[in-house]
Design a protein around this ligand. Structure first.
Ligand SMILES: [Zn+2]
Ligand SMILES: [Zn+2]
Length: 249
């Protein structure tokens, strides 16, 4: 399994980091932040292998790149086969609203967009992809993908014990860590987590590696501090990624 980390900041961009998007094996995109399409082109060269886009939630920092991507599939890639978009119940309304408001000639698209809208408190299984509702301002889901290796993507949320069970034995847990522990109260108040929260979940989930991301831009240049905090509570590998980093597992 190859994971390409396209964006690692949270809420808005910093000078060196864009907002969250992760590409799994070139065919599944987790969130589609601003700038995602160009970043995929830089790494892969095209979008021909893309099959599914999965949205954690519809906050701007996770979804603003979708119009550009859909236009590229239409105008340049000349896509004919359907594209599946998975996300919370609002995902279709938001994306189709963006397309309409930006005067996209939607009827000219030669491919169908199939929306899979998920809801409910219990774990949802969609083949190799599973989803679990987390706790944020709006409907938000964590996802797990099981192939030859397994990965769990968990953002944006307060720390939740149920994620340990959901991510159990994963090769990689990618968990948000918006602010350091000294801002834990702030982080939780605004439905986010700290590196120590993520590390404790990684430990009880017995994952092999922990990737932290969704760093508030104010932390630019001090992200290693977040890794140091996490390492005190998780004995596996802790990764503080930079944008465009690839991990092969
Ligand atoms: Zn976010
Ligand atoms: Zn959010």
């Amino acid at each position: 399994m190859k994971i390409t980390i396209l964006g690692t900041s949270g809420s808005t961009v910093s000078r060196t980091r864009g907002t969250p998007s992760f590409l799994i094996d070139n065919d599944i995109l987790m969130d589609c932040a601003e700038g995602t399409t160009r970043k995929i082109l830089e790494v892969v060269g095209h979008l021909k292998e893309l099959e599914k886009i999965i949205f954690s939630h519809v906050h701007a920092d996770h979804i603003m790149g979708i119009v550009t991507l859909l236009w590229r599939l239409w105008l340049v890639e000349e896509r004919k086969r359907p594209l599946e978009i998975i996300g919370p119940i609002e995902v279709e309304k938001v994306i189709e609203g963006f397309l309409k408001l930006t005067h996209t000639p939607r009827d000219a698209f030669n491919y169908e967009i199939k929306y899979t809208k998920i809801k409910g408190e219990e774990k949802i299984v969609l083949g190799e992809i599973s989803a679990l509702k987390v706790v944020h301002h709006i409907d938000t889901f964590a996802y797990r993908i099981d192939r030859d290796k397994s990965v769990c993507y968990c953002t944006d949320t307060i720390p939740l014990e149920k994620i340990s069970k959901f991510a159990f034995n994963c090769d990689i847990l990618m968990h948000e860590a918006s602010m350091p522990e000294s801002y834990a109260e702030w982080a939780h108040k605004y439905y986010h987590s700290t590196p120590i929260d993520a590390a404790k979940i990684a430990t009880s989930a017995s994952v092999k590696k922990l990737v932290l991301f969704h760093f508030m831009p104010q932390l630019e240049g001090r992200e290693d501090l977040l890794g140091e905090e996490a390492k005190k509570h998780f004995k596996g590998e802790v990764i503080i990624p930079h944008d465009m980093m690839q991990i092969q597992i």
